[in-house]
Design a protein around this ligand. Structure first.
Ligand SMILES: C[S@@+](CC[C@H](N)C(=O)[O-])C[C@H]1O[C@@H](n2cnc3c(N)ncnc32)[C@H](O)[C@@H]1O
Length: 223
């Protein structure tokens, strides 16, 4: 799928999204945002913000920029911003694979159900790393291909069909992280079927040594 097709598919979903995917993944979004313990003044980027389901969850003491390709999805996000009076949230139409944003800007970059919905996950992840501050956090809430060989084979088989409806099912977390500066700080299974993961990474770019909540610094990938 290219960006135009993604735009078309998600704009077509927009009016039913909140009643379907929006509802189904509500709990995991809540747990993702609440788990961030966002500090006052924190700069947050939400990539592929969609209809803005997660926006009311961010504390008003941080600044949130939500970007998305789909005008249809963003229209609903704008309505949510108005409805909840979210003056700390800004929305922009933007390709996550080519962000018109400066380097090292955000403390937290969130991508909920996005890396498998974009045409080129590598470009998007590289952009998330670029705009995230060294030592900042990159959070992905997503389905990643299963370690179980049988399930992985099914995921690989259905992926080409799923691409037509806006996502792929065959992407593994290791593939996403390979060759990047991201270190997994925590990873847990979420949603009723436990097929989805909440993965919090630290952006170790420019040789930045991440320091975790317990004060320890770490060198390699943790999974
Ligand atoms: C499955 S939806 C997830 C929406 C929202 N994050 C949520 O949790 O409900 C994927 C979103 O990613 C957006 N998207 C796909 N490719 C994109 C790209 N290259 N740049 C920005 N947004 C993109 C789609 O338009 C859609 O709104």
């Amino acid at each position: 799928m290219d960006n135009k097709k993604v735009e078309r598919v998600y704009t077509a979903y927009a009016s039913v999204y909140d009643h379907t995917f929006g509802k189904a993944f509500k709990q995991s979004r809540e747990s993702a945002v609440r788990g961030l313990s966002i500090k006052p003044g924190c700069q947050v980027l939400e990539v592929g913000v969609g209809t803005g389901e997660a926006l009311p969850l961010y504390p008003t003491h941080c600044d949130v920029l939500g970007i998305d390709l789909s005008e249809g999805m963003l229209e609903h996000a704008h309505r949510r911003v108005d409805e909840f009076n979210l003056s700390h949230v800004t929305l922009r139409t933007m390709d996550a694979g080519n962000m018109l944003l400066p380097d090292d800007t955000f403390d937290i970059v969130m991508a909920a159900y996005v890396v498998t919905a974009v045409p080129d996950y590598r470009k998007v992840v590289n952009e998330m790393i670029r705009v995230c501050k060294p030592g900042g956090r990159i959070v992905m809430l997503n389905h990643f291909s299963n370690g179980n060989k049988v399930i992985a084979a099914v995921e690989k088989f259905i992926s080409p069909m799923c691409k037509h409806i806006g996502f792929r099912t065959d992407l593994a977390l290791n593939t996403v992280l390979e060759g990047t500066s991201l270190i997994v700080a925590s990873k847990k299974k979420v949603n009723p079927l436990r097929f989805w993961h909440l993965v919090e990474c630290v952006n170790k770019k420019n040789g930045q040594q991440p320091v975790f909540a317990n004060g320890l610094a770490l060198n390699g990938h943790v999974s």
